[in-house]
Design a protein around this ligand. Structure first.
Ligand SMILES: Nc1ncnc2c1ncn2[C@@H]1O[C@H](COP(=O)(O)OP(=O)(O)OP(=O)(O)O)[C@@H](O)[C@H]1O
Ligand SMILES: [Mg+2]
Length: 281
């Protein structure tokens, strides 16, 4: 039974502002998720928004390498009691905050109820300290990836124009569209040769999703194929900071503007971390 104080606490919680959470995901691997998540986060951070980027790829976490930051610890150190949550937030370029949470998130299952509640509360507090949380997930339809997407407010499914990538994006959309809680789904076409090609990919996928899954897939736009990406990755420098005027950087800037505007209102309801915890355990 919920007592009066608990009811009040829940009411207050529901009216507290919290970050808007975007999950960046895909069916097929290697389509550009991590690069897009990092550069999108940077574009939002450059506009004075407080942005937290979380590496939630439980297999191959690599945002620290992409952004050339040294993350002294990750969530696993918080879980085993060696660090406080605030100690593992690594400052990145443009005021960005980064959490390397990879293995730690999987270990959440092993902690006791009391520790878990405390950690979730600390994380919920963190959610109130930022405007946007960007989650870079692994590829594919695993329990973990679906869990992060399900807990987000808005999922950006990335596909390239390759038929295999489109098929896998559709499979991901199919899984996510089954979730009872409506998550906003958008398709972002990466490595497009031009606008026409990207629009064709979007149309094809959106029409099939509407017809067979009765789900609306929004158009997040596209990012052009651009060799500057490879150069930026080799130099371990974020594209939007190193080559701010290249075609792909302009596309990511436009995407950040669009997402920033669409998400100006504070997100309602239960926090992201609590939803993640509910899904996993
Ligand atoms: N628009 C683009 N034009 C050219 N190359 C790109 C573009 N986007 C990404 N790449 C390249 O694609 C490669 C894969 O990118 P990334 O690691 O971000 O993919 P991912 O989806 O996160 O992969 P994984 O599924 O393994 O996590 C990188 O080498 C990157 O430079
Ligand atoms: Mg990746």
């Amino acid at each position: 039974m919920i007592d009066q104080a608990e009811k009040l606490r829940l009411m207050v919680r529901h009216h507290e502002r919290r970050a808007v959470v975007f999950a960046v995901t895909s069916g097929k691997g290697g389509v550009g998720k991590s690069n897009i998540a990092a550069n999108l986060a940077l574009c939002l951070a450059r506009t004075d928004r407080r942005v937290l980027l979380i590496d939630a790829d439980l297999g191959l976490a690599n945002l620290d390498v992409l952004l050339q930051v040294r993350a002294p610890a990750n969530l696993s150190h918080v879980i085993n009691g060696r660090r406080q949550l605030q100690d593992i937030i690594t400052p990145g370029p443009a005021g960005l905050r980064l959490i390397c949470g990879a293995s730690g998130l999987a270990q959440l299952a092993d902690i006791n109820d009391f520790q878990r509640q405390r950690l979730i509360q600390d994380m919920e507090y963190l959610e109130q300290q930022v405007d946007f949380i960007i989650i870079d997930t692994g590829a594919g339809i695993s329990h973990n990836v679906v869990g992060f997407c399900r807990a987000a407010d808005h999922v950006l499914v990335i596909s390239t124009p390759e038929p295999t990538s489109i098929t896998d994006a559709y499979a991901m959309i199919k899984i996510l569209s089954r979730e009872p809680e409506g998550v906003k789904l958008s398709l972002l076409v990466n490595m497009a040769d031009d606008r026409t090609e990207a629009k064709k990919v979007y149309q094809r996928l959106a029409v099939v999703a509407k017809k067979f899954l009765s789900v609306v897939v929004y158009d997040a736009g596209y990012i052009l194929r651009d060799d500057h990406f490879t150069q930026a990755v080799r130099q371990q420098q974020p594209l939007v900071l190193t080559f701010p005027h290249c075609q792909a950087a302009l596309c990511i800037n436009a995407l950040a503007g669009k997402l920033g505007r669409s998400a100006n209102a504070d997100a309602p309801g239960m926090g992201f971390f609590r939803r993640v915890a509910n899904w996993f355990f």
